[in-house]
Write a new protein. Structure first.
Length: 241
């Protein structure tokens, strides 16, 4: 059976959480020295109490995009960007972990049809579809709920209404500040709920296990290049369940 166009997914970027500003600076220096160009950066974004520092990078020749985030705690509250380091992952403390892949962004040619299709199958999204523009054209984004009870990983699905694979050495911002801010606030509210109950609403948590597995595999198996998402620990773990 032919794959619907909106299900032909491509990796757009990964976002990595870091434990502290030393890791943040070292990773930033490494990426810049390796040829990545900064395409978005802010020392603090978020809400009045908690926030995050974030930088995003694009390599003009490999076309890979990476964003990194350092969660900034308040004196009386933990930032959701610190969750893997303060509360662990994979069901146990992770005292030695310095980084954690928070989300993988997958690009679709039609985000509205993709989301409608996924919601009909029972998928749960955290945000609406944000509609804005970056330096190159319209950028539409939405974010799923986390995929596993004992992980902090979630998906971003987005639509870039320009050829994102042919930006090359052109300079410009490839992320939207308003969306970054809105996502942080929404994620922090979700994290506060978890802090009260230690229970999560997950991306496919309303589905029977076999159906959830089928939907998850449908997403991952339709990503080109094949197997790319399985390089992310949380995805590989969920895929095997």
């Amino acid at each position: 059976m032919a794959i619907p166009e909106f299900m032909k997914l491509k990796p757009d970027h990964k976002t990595v959480l870091v434990r502290d500003m030393t890791v943040f600076r070292n990773l930033r220096d490494f990426l810049v020295s390796d040829g990545y160009k900064v395409v978005y950066e802010t020392p603090r974004v978020g809400e009045e109490k908690t926030g995050m520092a974030t930088s995003a990078f694009h390599h003009p020749y490999t076309n890979e995009r990476i964003a990194m985030v350092y969660g900034i705690d308040a004196p009386d509250e933990v930032s959701q960007g610190q969750a893997p380091f303060k509360f662990g992952f994979d069901g146990k403390p992770q005292a030695e972990a310095q980084t954690y892949i928070q989300h993988l962004a997958l690009r679709t040619p039609d985000i509205f049809r993709f989301r409608e299709y996924m919601e009909k199958k029972g998928a749960q999204f955290l945000t609406p579809i944000f509609q804005d523009k970056d330096s190159f054209g319209p950028l539409l984004q939405c974010f799923s709920r986390e995929i596993l009870d004992d992980e902090w990983f979630f998906f971003e699905f987005l639509q870039r209404d320009y050829d994102a694979d042919k930006i090359g050495t052109k300079s410009g911002v490839q992320f939207v500040d308003k969306t970054v801010r809105s996502l942080y606030v929404t994620k922090q509210d979700e994290f506060r709920d978890w802090m009260k109950t230690h229970k999560k609403k997950t991306f496919l948590g309303e589905l029977p296990k076999a159906k959830a597995r089928d939907v998850f595999h449908e997403i991952i198996d339709n990503v080109d290049p094949k197997g790319y998402p399985l390089t992310v620990w949380a995805i590989a773990k969920a895929y095997r369940q």
